[in-house]
Design a protein around this ligand. Sequence first.
Ligand code: UDP
Ligand code: MG
Length: 308
Amino acid sequence: MKKISVIIPVYNNQQTLHKLYQRLVRVFTKIKQNYQIIFIDDGSQDQSYKKIQKICLKDKKISCIKLSKNFGQRFALMAGLKYATGDYLINIDADLQDPPEIIEKIFNELRKNNNVVLAARRSSSENIFKKLSSSIQHRILNYLIKNYPKEGFTVFGISKKVVQEIKDRGNNISLLQLEILNYGYNYKTIYYERDKRQIGKSQFNFTSRLNLAIEMITLTTFSLLRFCLFLGFFLLLASFGYIIFVIYTYFNVGTPFAGYSPIIIVSLFLGGLNIFMLGILAEYISVILRETRSYNKFNVQSFLNKPK
Ligand code: UDP
Ligand code: MG
């Protein structure tokens, strides 16, 4: 019998953990598959770890990886992936916004030999601002990243083969969600309705979302850099053109400078543009720096029922 590993990053989800656990077990009883559930406590400050401890104590199929501090969702996911031992790996959030029942659908696709299954929300009951910002984010990513699914995705399932390929890359992965699209597997997308958050609030705010979006772009695509290069080149040509024009009018028409406003405009424009481009370059350099430094992206403090 195949084994399914579910990895669940947890950051301050004390209210939903027990319910989530119960619903997961119900799913696995229904589909009659072997499974392991791994909670990754990402430095929660509430009672989350206590709740997980309680569950782990009476159910040996449930494991917990406790990280030494809050590293962020994506690194918590990486920790889960590192220790998962199943034939299939599925991630799900701890706040019950993604109904655990979609695991059945994902599993059904995985066992049809799909190596990558993405679950996209069809509609979401989030507020209009969040809907808008995530739709813009997905549009940009669609445009910039070749095989990014149109609708975006939050939950995914991958086969052991993909898990192994990711593990082989070692510590060098920052964004699991994008990494799984990187190996050229055809992916299957399924759809689900996302529930309205019933308890608690999002652990992400506008700035952390924006940071994530910028990182997704700089980590995965170089088209922005190239765009800057072309834009810079074009403007350089244009300013040469302008210089020739100025020299020409100097000799043939007389001093064209009724004021120095053109100078100010041009230098401000070019100066601003330069800074903008330097900013983008700095963005890439900081990513390179972070990626090349060999540091641990997460640190495990302890295990409960260490995954076997
Ligand atoms: N999460 C995490 N570390 C963090 C922030 C979030 O492990 O620093 C987990 C969180 O517990 C949840 C998932 O990542 O299981 C998604 O977080 P959240 O529900 O806050 O995100 P949203 O639904 O707003 O995208
Ligand atoms: Mg959520």
